[in-house]
Ligand binder design. Sequence first.
Ligand code: PLP
Length: 470
Amino acid sequence: MMKYISTRGNAPELAFDDVLLTGLAADGGLYVPKEVPQFSLEEIESWRDLPYTELAHKVIYPFVEGCVESDALKGMLESVYNNEVFGHKAIAPVQQIDHNEYVLELFHGPTLAFKDFALQMLGQLLDYVLAKRDEKVVIMGATSGDTGSAAIEGTKTCKNVDIFILHPHGKVSEVQRRQMTTVVGDNIHNIAIEGNFDQAQDMVKASFGDQAFLRGERKLVAVNSINWARIMSQIVYYFYSALNLGGPVRPMAYSVPTGNFGDIFAGYMAKKMGLPIEQLIIATNENDVLHRLMSNNLYKVEPLKHTITPSMDIAVSSNFERLLFDLYDRDGAALAELMNKMADRSVEVELSEEKLGKARDLFDSYAVTEDVIVKTMQDVYGETGYLLDPHTAIGVKAARECRRNNRIPMITLGTAHPVKFEEAVQRAGFEMPKLPHHLTDLMERQERLEVLPADLKAVQAFIAKNTFKD
Ligand SMILES: *Cc1c(COP(=O)(O)O)cnc(C)c1O
């Protein structure tokens, strides 16, 4: 059975089901697999013809073994990665944009962004594990758009999960709001807070800190990007795209639009599992804390900037700790010390050149300004007639700047569909694209939401009332 350990070395080892329900480790660290499953080139080669669900079973099963039955996992994968849920039969198709240059389209899921890949699976896994344990939980989260809708879509059929997603009233785009509020399910609750995103976020944090309003009968579960089950599900499409482009015989390079470092960490895991990956590019917007660290060896947290790529607007990248853990030879005590230093936002932290050098062997980084995002959308459209979403445009620009070897296929992760990001599309001078075929009636669907004041007591009372209905 796979065991998980904390990056800070001072929390109990857990099995997969506990990691799924836990979030942060008790010592403040993040859970990682104690041993990484490894596959030979021959074995990976033998997967070449597998459809997405079968490949996903090969990649995911070792991480959940002992907690999830093999057949149950198969059932979950088939209920998620199919043509009813994803608007494309290949699930994760590859689009060519230049000689040896590709976009891996991860936006055919119900909410048109790659987060569906992980959150659809997370909903299935949660419901399975909770049924086995005879438990129920409450998911609570705040969203400025993307994660909330993907979490709602992922949990709408869960019997053991009630989900409450807070968003700032009137401050989310209509497409994004409708993607949350039109989902049908008795366990789904959208709360529009009369306030801003930070107020919503603060109420979620306060509720996790003191869960008395749930009367000890339920636990809150977070579905943010530090949840291991999300990363695990994202490893699959690195294998899938590589196999489709001639891997594992040929190595691949990936450029990943990066915020919290979850998606690119999944690529790093794929490499550790045996997939030949020559280069991983950390592509960021102007919230470039990781690019500054990689290029100057200086870690300094700067205030958050709001950009036309809101899904990558972060001040710190939580999952980077998982990479640091490996760079520090999995020494939890050393990492705890480093993370404590990094938590003090008034200081600049330097890594040892030796550790950073190890990271630079595989990773490059590049930060892209708004003007360049817009220019890249225009360039690629001019070259191919293909409209990139602004997040993906960051990846393509970074890929073109940082590429080490033109003979190795360069794959940019296409993290979202442009229809979600009207401001960027308009700035680039394009008409808004049509909604994809599986969402054409989104603007006519019935919405359900509760508008509440930015008041913790009112929000908690609403959650309690709707959690203990029967
Ligand atoms: C969440 C998100 C990202 C960033 O992914 P991380 O795993 O947080 O690095 C990039 N693009 C889009 C469209 C996203 O929704």
